[in-house]
Design a protein around this ligand. Structure first.
Ligand SMILES: [Zn+2]
Length: 492
């Protein structure tokens, strides 16, 4: 006889999407000790339990026949029926910069390099508390859009503290910049020190520079359901890795140090790659706009820019990395817009993972990633929103909707299914992170990271298409769990 452990609770809805396994109409998921205990078909659940008072599942019938010592006991468990809703694994956002969340609607006119310059100017006066406050406002968006895990490139590392304290899951890459080969070793030493100080210091001060950005942006409260960073690192909810910004801002020897360190820690390496045409041109034959960008950085001299590694070297950014043996299955490359067939083949053969950010690519005038060709080359690809400074929001369902619609607009025969999008937002992304056995599906023993969405008002036939309802129906979040703990306050 199946007797649920103490502390088990049950959630049911019109649709249960385990992702690994078929959609279950009127399915039930049981959570116990922060993990998925098991899922049930309607008939199976009803043969074992009776729902009493609408909120308790009571074990019935066959307990006595199982010969259990506790046959006479009453087994009651909390039960919550979400009705016309969909239960699925929490979503995974593969590329964000939470610390820039306070910069919503920021500089919508400039394209990439002027935009980066104005962003740098804007945040120059921010304190660490400002960065953390901004990251918190982004986390509220993430939570309100059903995201339980975020891969974040963090300038200060404060995003890691914010993720830890709010209770979501995160892989945080502390950003690394350094284009001059001769300084690589020193810069790497400073990066290691910065990482160390992030682990040891957690003095929080009032954010003075930002006018309560988080309150203005929040659509749904994100509970402080988490812990200190040290504890979140200990229990594996948050991990810290390295994010070498891009091949043009990080020279090969510095990136080598970063990659070797990340591999020793069994962590992915987060990078921006082939985002703009200027970047590609700069590597292939030189580019005046990117040169001007470097010359505008503090301390730059014309001769320094001329000697930067890879500049006008005749190789694309992807081939530049390949030449230095810096492509591998541990690399999660955001954007990947300007690629030729040889680049795509290299990404595929080196098992590089791609974070597809179509809304940011569009906003910053960078074009469309060739995702049809990437998928055909076997590249594992998930979705990232990038930061709120270059995207309307941090909602990965909206990102997937935009991506799939965009593909359909330019190639009507290329029908990418909503089911495939949901897989890429859950189990597919978990596998990209090397967490495929931990999160990504509602499989027994995995962490209970769960999103529950209300089904919007639709025609009856659409009710039978839960993946379409999620991707195209703009559903509203009902509840969100990480490790079986509720992380949003739906009453706010
Ligand atoms: Zn980015």
């Amino acid at each position: 006889m199946l007797i649920p452990p103490d502390g088990t609770r049950f959630l049911s809805a019109r649709w249960l999407l385990p992702v690994e396994g078929k959609p279950v109409p009127f399915g039930v998921v049981a959570i116990s000790s922060g993990k998925i205990w098991r899922t049930f078909q309607k008939e199976e659940f009803e043969s074992l339990f009776q729902v009493k008072r609408g909120n308790m599942a009571v074990l019935v019938g066959s307990v006595a026949s199982a010969g259990s010592d506790e046959a006479d006991g009453v087994f009651e468990y909390p039960f919550e029926d979400f009705g016309l809703s969909i239960i699925l694994p929490g979503l995974i956002n593969l590329h964000a910069h939470l610390e820039y969340s306070a910069l919503r609607c920021f500089n919508t006119e400039d394209i990439l390099f002027d935009w980066i310059k104005s962003l740098m100017c804007n945040v120059r006066s921010w304190t660490e508390a400002d960065f953390r406050s901004s990251a918190r406002s982004g986390l509220r968006w993430l939570a309100a859009s059903g995201t339980t895990c975020v891969v974040d490139s963090s300038y200060t590392g404060q995003a890691a503290h914010a993720i830890a304290e709010c209770g979501l899951r995160g892989v945080v890459g502390l950003e690394l910049f350094g284009s001059a080969e001769k300084q690589a070793q020193n810069i790497w030493g400073r990066w290691l020190e910065k990482r160390e100080s992030l682990l040891t210091a957690n003095q929080e001060t009032e954010a003075a520079g930002l006018p309560r950005a988080e309150a203005a942006h929040a659509t749904q409260a994100c509970l402080r359901a988490g812990s200190s960073l040290a504890q979140a690192l200990d229990d594996g909810r948050v991990s810290l890795t390295v994010a070498p910004h891009a091949p043009y801002t990080v020279c090969p020897s510095l990136m080598r140090l970063a990659v070797d360190w990340a591999q020793s820690q069994n962590q992915p390496v987060l990078v921006h790659l082939s985002e703009s045409k200027n970047e590609r041109d700069w590597f292939c034959r030189g580019d005046a706009i990117l040169d001007a960008f470097f010359l505008g950085l503090p301390g730059s001299a014309r001769e320094d820019v001329a000697s930067l590694s890879g500049r006008a070297g005749g190789l694309s950014p992807v081939r530049h990395l390949s030449r230095h043996n810096l492509l591998g299955p541990w690399l999660i490359a955001a954007h990947c817009v300007h690629l030729d067939d040889e680049d795509i083949a290299l990404l595929g053969s080196n098992q590089v993972k791609v974070a597809h950010c179509p809304r940011s690519n569009a906003r910053l005038g960078n074009g469309m990633a060739p995702i049809g060709k990437l998928l055909a080359a076997g590249v594992e690809l998930g979705f990232g929103t990038d930061s709120a400074a270059s995207c309307d929001d941090l909602d990965v369902l909206s990102e997937a909707r935009f991506a799939w619609n965009l593909q359909r607009a330019v190639n009507p025969s290329n029908l990418l299914s909503a089911q495939n999008a949901i897989w890429r937002l859950t189990q597919g992304a978990a596998e990209i992170l090397g967490l495929g056995d931990v999160i990504g599906s509602l499989k027994e023993g995995k962490a209970a990271d769960i999103a529950i969405f209300a089904i919007p008002e639709v025609h009856a036939s659409a009710l039978e298409r839960p993946f379409d309802l999620l991707v195209y129906g703009k559903p509203r979040l009902c509840d969100l769990y990480v490790n079986g703990r509720k992380v949003v306050n739906k009453d706010v």
